[in-house]
Design a protein around this ligand. Structure first.
Ligand code: PEP
Ligand code: MG
Length: 537
């Protein structure tokens, strides 16, 4: 039994098998083989397994995100059975007497290049699919599981996890995360909280742990490898106590968020995709204060269509049945990268081409999202909010585009909420300083303390080396929140907090004193924050 320490980003205990998630692409070596028949049989077996995995993914996607999104896994199955692809591989094994993984890699690369050079955009995009199916088969041949292919409940250990990888993990099979890199406010950490998963960062990891039993102690920040029976029993008892505590919190369901002195605050939840709705309802949130719509884009191999987005937004609006649902428009860039956007490498991605900057530049993408959002607004209480705002001019540009989209919908006689509320995120120092002027032009503010801390303190939120000084309690951050609340109220608009700081119960009293009108937190924090509100003055 060995203990390793790390920084806990979500409390709780997980006990289970460790799966090492290797981020690097598996290295494929060319080796000579005499027994080409055995090598061909290895390929055939790996292909069958890949087809099974794809069928499983198709069924999961069908349930969670609908037929249109699931179709890609059917396409991958067809590509994997394609004659040219299969003949190319078998031909290389036979005639060049090479190992199966090399034959797959060489055939996949050649076909991907052929597609990439085609004129037609549709065929061009298939290059990524060919790479994906070849990597899947190669992973199987090399014995690597691949993170998205978990077969049993597991603790994921990885050097780092990108939000795009995390969102694709099968929530039912995830017990906890342990990573070496990452920081408390990274999007992967936020996802762990949304998924209710114990998680540790800053643990010096070792590939040899793969397959062993581990215990993640998200309270003390300890990762135990190969625990003895006594330790397992001890932690099972902690798990039982935790679930009893959670049961007690359930008594707060249906109760109001009112302090002892009668101050009211709205308590909403943050989500990344419609699948998180269960936990929103379960934890009795009054609404959704932040739907990070970019996760729809990260969970997809191509731009989600208007219909796909409409279906997701409508589902959330209808499930919340008249309660407020604030959908944030695409906030991609920096750590949230989707290959098909081809954003390229930047020296300073956090301060780079991201969020509203992309949307104002690529108005085709923005308008598709706005059409979907506006159409869905006919089915519930949807509000829209824009990320990374730095100026009134941006707000005016956005509003002009929204007007164009509304006009389009009117002329098509498509229903939408004409008075949809439009708010902005306050997450840059510029927006704090300009909050008085900005407040004259929008319906609400939502303070994104994760980025606001990053930009105010000049501390990259992704940088694990700076996690110890990445202090959201810094007076500069707190004073910014106070200023923003005052300026919002002067203009008669409401102001909320949707960054992680909103769930920090040591500040609940402070936020009530500042007059914050709404807090939006990960679903599992709704009831603990409600408790703190009811205990505050
Ligand atoms: C924030 O910056 O506080 C926020 C809520 O947005 P995100 O964490 O998605 O950047
Ligand atoms: Mg942000």
């Amino acid at each position: 039994m060995e203990n390793f320490s790390g920084k806990a980003i979500y409390k709780g205990v997980a006990i289970g098998k460790i799966v090492f998630g290797s981020k690097e692409k598996q290295q494929v070596r060319r080796t000579k083989t005499e027994d080409t028949a055995a090598e061909t049989a290895r390929y055939e077996a790996a292909k069958e397994k890949a087809l099974e995995q794809l069928q499983g993914l198709y069924e999961k996607a069908l349930k969670e995100v609908g037929e249109d999104n699931a179709a890609i896994f059917e396409v991958h199955q067809m590509m994997l059975e394609d004659d040219d692809f299969n003949d190319g591989i078998k031909d290389k094994i036979e005639n060049q007497q090479v190992n199966a993984e090399y034959a797959v890699a060489a055939t996949g690369d050649a076909m991907a290049e052929m597609f990439a050079n085609m004129e037609d955009e549709y065929f061009k995009a298939r290059a990524a699919d060919i790479k994906d199916i070849s990597e899947r088969v190669i992973n199987i041949l090399l014995g690597g599981g691949g993170l998205s292919r978990l077969t049993e409940p597991s603790i994921i250990v990885a050097e780092d996890l990108a939000p795009s990888e995390t969102i694709q993990l099968d929530k039912d099979k995830l017990l906890a995360f342990v990573t070496e890199l990452g920081s408390s406010n990274s999007h992967t950490a936020i996802l762990a909280r949304t998924m209710n998963l114990p998680a540790l960062i800053g643990v010096k990891i070792d590939k040899a742990w793969n397959g062993k039993i581990g215990i993640v102690d998200g309270c003390k920040g300890i990762f135990i490898i190969d625990p003895d029976e006594e330790t397992i029993e001890e932690y099972k008892a902690v798990q039982k106590k935790d679930s009893e505590k959670r049961e007690l919190l359930k008594n707060l369901k249906g109760k109001k968020n009112v302090s002892k002195s009668g101050k009211k605050i709205k308590l909403y939840a943050n989500i990344g995709k419609p699948a998180d709705l269960g936990s929103v309802i379960e934890n009795d949130a009054e609404g959704i204060g932040l739907f990070r719509s970019e996760f729809l884009y990260l969970d997809s191999d191509d731009f989600p269509t208007e219909e796909e987005q409409f279906a997701a937004y409508r589902k959330v609006a209808e499930t919340m049945a008249g309660k407020k649902v604030i959908i944030r428009t695409l906030d991609l860039g920096a750590d949230k990268q989707a290959d098909y956007f081809n954003l390229g490498k930047e020296d300073n991605p956090a301060m780079g081409y991201r969020a509203i900057r992309i949307c104002l530049d690529r108005q085709d993408i923005f308008k598709t999202q706005l059409r979907a959002l506006l159409r869905a607004s006919a089915f519930g209480n949807i509000a829209v909010m824009y990320p990374m705002i730095i100026s009134v001019d941006e707000v005016l540009q956005i509003k002009a585009i929204v007007e164009e989209v509304k006009e389009e919908l009117r002329s098509e006689k498509v229903k939408f909420n004409e008075n949809i509320e439009q708010g902005i995120m306050i997450e840059t120092p510029a927006s704090v300083i300009m909050s008085y002027e900005l407040a004259q032009n929008v319906d609400f503010f939502s303070i994104g303390t994760n980025d606001l801390t990053q930009y105010t303190l000049a501390i990259d939120r992704q940088n694990s080396k700076l996690d110890n000084i990445n202090d959201s309690h810094h007076p500069a951050v707190l004073r910014s929140i106070k200023t923003v609340a005052e300026n919002a109220h002067k203009a008669g608009i409401w102001v909320g907090i949707c960054g992680e700081l909103g769930a920090d119960t040591t500040l609940t009293q402070t936020f009530l004193d500042y007059g914050i009108d709404e807090l939006s937190v990960s679903p599992s924090f709704v009831l603990p924050v409600r408790k703190a509100v009811t205990e505050a003055d």
